[in-house]
Write a protein of this length. Structure first.
Length: 109
């Protein structure tokens, strides 16, 4: 479980502090869950599943399938909505991508 949550968080360039704020918990709790010192409470498991748009079974390591039909459909709809923005981001160089990520993170704080 630890590696999947951390993998998803890191892939999205989200710090433990930002993830904690987004989910209404402390950075320390996120850290303890990621290193498997604390069990993931069911309500937080559900919120993480919704936040990362993956199944709870994937987060728990019970399945290697990230998406079920409902999540896949929701992801496709989201992709359609933000396709132009994604393509613009993809066309940026590494330096500009990092600037965009840093700007977005600073706006979330």
């Amino acid at each position: 479980m630890e590696s999947r949550i951390k993998e998803l968080r890191v892939r999205r360039h989200i710090s433990q502090e930002i993830l904690g704020k987004e989910l209404g918990v402390s950075q320390q709790l996120i850290s303890r869950i990621e290193i498997d010192v604390q069990t993931l409470p069911v309500d937080l498991l559900i919120r993480m599943s919704e936040y990362f748009r993956v199944t709870t079974d994937y987060l728990l390591g019970l399945s290697d399938e990230k998406y079920n039909e409902k999540i896949a459909a929701a992801n496709a709809a989201l992709m359609d909505e933000y396709y132009d923005l994604l393509m613009t981001y993809k066309s940026l160089g590494d330096r500009d991508r990092k600037l965009v990520i840093n700007l977005i993170e600073s706006m979330k704080s």
